[in-house]
Design a binder for this molecule. Structure first.
Ligand code: GUN
Ligand code: ZN
Length: 430
């Protein structure tokens, strides 16, 4: 028994960014192989060649299923798991009526543990091996999340959601408490197992300038951490921010003035951007996280993927669960496609799949570790059945190339398409 594992099947990897290079940026092998050892991908090559060279490897032959990197979800709220698909509100009412009451329940650490475990199992069932999640105001919600991820060997990112105004009693801290608790959690979890702490002011309407400044100061002390928040999701929200911060030039400026704009900043949504904001986000090399099922579900608007990509922004893809209406990055790719179609920009399947894997990993500054099928990267992999339902199978049967075979699964697939999942070189028991 050696420590080597060989997966055989179709393989899909990226050698470049398909937004810059087109579909040729992807490398597809119809009879490929992935050699795993010590939790890492040792080789991606012709399957028969790898088999001959490594006769001692434990073999998993997936036939014509497609082996790729696991999905990366660059923005989610695990505490909103149990309230996903709540009907009929727009952002501010949705937060007050559904989200805050649900997040209150996380005062009970046992509830936080139950939801964290449920959430990560749902993610793995959907082929998502890395997520960047908000927790709640409660430090125990962060402990529950990183503990659940560690038990599964997953590489995850997250942090305590800080709020000190415009939130109910019980979900508010103060600038000092936000700073102290975030710092203690960061010291405890950042770099422990595969966990990354992310400094997390929820968004400008729920933080005073003093709290934003305190978290900006914390970020300056720990510049290798990421910082996540929300930006320009709905028109009413942008108007509210203008009223709360009369001296700010625009919404982004409320973060910029407090040390919360820079490389490693993750801005969820970023739909209603002024020219100055676009320029500053690009200059700062901040990440914009597109959350398409959320943007349609809460009625937010149409992200400008074409324009922002052309300007060279760093863009990731995400579910935004539970504002987003699905745990599945397949459904999320489909929604990204539909939103781009409404802006007359038909995203190619190679671009959609890149956004859900390497692009999302790049937006989290983790593309040197995860998000692709490449030698040296961590073996977080999924195996897709491209004929997982009768409707998908009959369409895929007509396909002339990989993209035509994959696109029906992107548009119509769900957790039934996830045939297998590997985390850190270990098969996830399902
Ligand atoms: N803006 C501030 N908080 C949230 C949240 O929890 N979900 C979404 N979609 N937008 C937000
Ligand atoms: Zn969000």
């Amino acid at each position: 028994m050696t420590g080597k594992t060989l997966l055989l099947g179709q393989t899909l990897a990226y050698q470049a960014d398909p937004f810059a290079e087109g579909p040729d940026a992807a490398r597809h092998m119809a009879h490929g192989g992935v050699l795993i050892e010590n939790g890492r991908v040792q080789a991606v090559a012709d399957g028969a060649t790898l088999r001959t060279a490594h006769p001692d490897a434990t073999l998993h032959d997936y036939g014509d299923a497609l082996i790729t990197a696991g999905f990366v979800d660059a923005h989610a709220h695990y505490p909103q798991t149990a309230m996903i698909a709540s009907w009929g509100k727009r952002l501010i009412d949705w937060l007050n009526d559904y989200t805050f009451p649900q997040e209150m329940k996380f005062a009970d650490p046992a509830y936080a543990t139950e939801i964290a475990n449920r959430y990560l199992d749902l993610l793995l069932a959907n082929g998502t091996t890395t997520v960047c999640s908000y927790c709640t105001i409660h430090p125990a919600s962060v402990d529950a999340y990183f503990t659940a991820a560690s038990a599964r060997g997953m590489r995850v990112l997250g942090g305590k959601t800080c709020m000190d105004r415009n939130a109910p009693e019980g979900l508010r801290d103060t600038p000092q408490i936000a700073y102290d608790q975030s710092k203690a959690l960061l010291e405890q979890w950042h770099g422990y197992n595969r966990n990354h702490y992310v400094i997390t002011p929820r968004f400008s309407p729920t933080s005073t300038p003093e709290q934003l400044a305190a978290l900006g100061a914390l970020w300056a002390e720990y510049p290798d951490c990421l910082m996540q928040t929300h930006l320009s999701e709905q028109v009413d929200e942008v108007a509210w921010v203008r009223g709360l911060f009369p001296d700010a030039r625009d919404y982004l400026d409320t973060y910029e003035q407090h040390g919360l704009l820079g490389r490693g900043a993750l801005f969820g949504h970023a739909i209603y951007l002024e020219d100055r904001e676009r320029d500053r986000l690009k200059e700062a090399d901040a990440s914009l996280i597109h959350c398409p099922t959320s943007n349609t579900f809460i009625g937010s608007g149409l992200f400008d993927m074409g324009g922002l990509m052309a300007e060279g922004h760093r863009i990731g893809l995400a579910t935004d669960t539970g504002g987003g209406s699905s745990f599945s990055m397949l459904r999320t790719m489909a929604a990204a496609y539909e939103i781009a179609q409404l802006r007359h920009n038909p995203l190619h399947p190679s671009q959609l799949y890149w956004l859900a894997t390497q692009g999302a990993a790049r937006s989290l500054h983790l593309d040197h570790l995860i998000g692709n099928l490449a030698e040296g990267l961590e073996a977080d992999l999924i195996v897709l059945n491209l004929s997982s339902t009768p409707a998908i199978a009959q369409r895929a049967a007509q396909a002339n190339d990989l993209w035509e075979a994959l696109f029906p699964t992107i548009m119509m697939g769900d957790d039934r398409a996830i045939a297998d999942v590997w985390v850190n070189g270990k098969r996830v028991s399902r």
